[in-house]
Design a protein around this ligand. Sequence first.
Ligand code: ADP
Ligand code: MG
Length: 331
Amino acid sequence: LVGGWMAVQGSLTIGELTAFIMYQRQLQGPVKAVMFFNDKLQAGMAALERLSGLMDTTPEDGGEVEDIPVGPVALEEVSFAYPDAEERALKDLSLRVEPGDTAALVGSSGAGKSTASNLIARFWDPQEGRVTIDGQDVRTFDLKALRRRIALVPQDPTLFSGTVAENICYANPGAEEEAVRRAGELANAHGFIRRLPNGYATQIGERGVRLSGGQKQRVAIARAILKDAQVLLLDEATSDLDSESEAVIQDALDGLFARGSGLTSIVIAHRLSTIEDADTIFVMEDGRLVESGSHEELLARDGRYAELRALQHRSEEEVASVRSGERLTRS
Ligand code: ADP
Ligand code: MG
């Protein structure tokens, strides 16, 4: 505009104005590039800061003992608070699981079940009390050795692209076919694996067959059995299951309860119906142990466990009645 006005006034020629506009266009590109570079630089600096934070963390220090003994897994008067948390997530918690037994941790959400299992795998150390295997503090064990003997099956385990067998062998690549099958059987995964198009050689993962959450957990359990883990920590796939997936998980747990696996298992259960056969059920509330015992013992006590069961029963009936109501209106 200014150039146009100047050209009309005669203080600038049309040629000079044209040249000015062309040069100014050429300048725009580099200026934009500089601005864009700054943007990238800022993002890069932020990333570098986080990365160097990570590099600066000192690796957790384990102890010297490399032979993890076979024995009861126990929490002894453990209190634990997450960093920056106001309240303790575990308060004076004691529990003990005999070798080869299956224990269940139950309780409402936030009770501290996952925290307890994280302490056993030594993702955190308690501020008070000790976590022990066969009476020895887990802090005395070599961390790698400890993690080799503990298998953690999360709610939604990660499987890799590859065959089912490769996924089961992941921690033990040289395993015999027979051993893989046996692990599959103990995890009660054998049935559904056999029904896959190529059995144990079926490709799963991104470019293969998609498995349900419960099926993935069973493959992960088979992996744990084959890895020769001694302690299995299983966070049961979450509460909102249809009855089919529930049956799938029930199957997997039955395999563990059958005890052929030799694993000491601690199952975090969301569906109380799946863990009735556990050797011991620990009922947690607000970071504390409120009851423990077998299913029958706890029912007879008519305490918190019985209450939780009644609650779950009622909400299931409500769901069922809503569903049958839907059917009625549809028909
Ligand atoms: P549950 O598994 O029984 O649902 P959690 O062990 O996950 O319970 O949680 C116990 C308590 O610890 C809760 O109050 C929760 O908010 C808190 N908590 C869990 N994880 C963390 C964390 N990483 N940092 C801080 N607080 C946490
Ligand atoms: Mg949890």
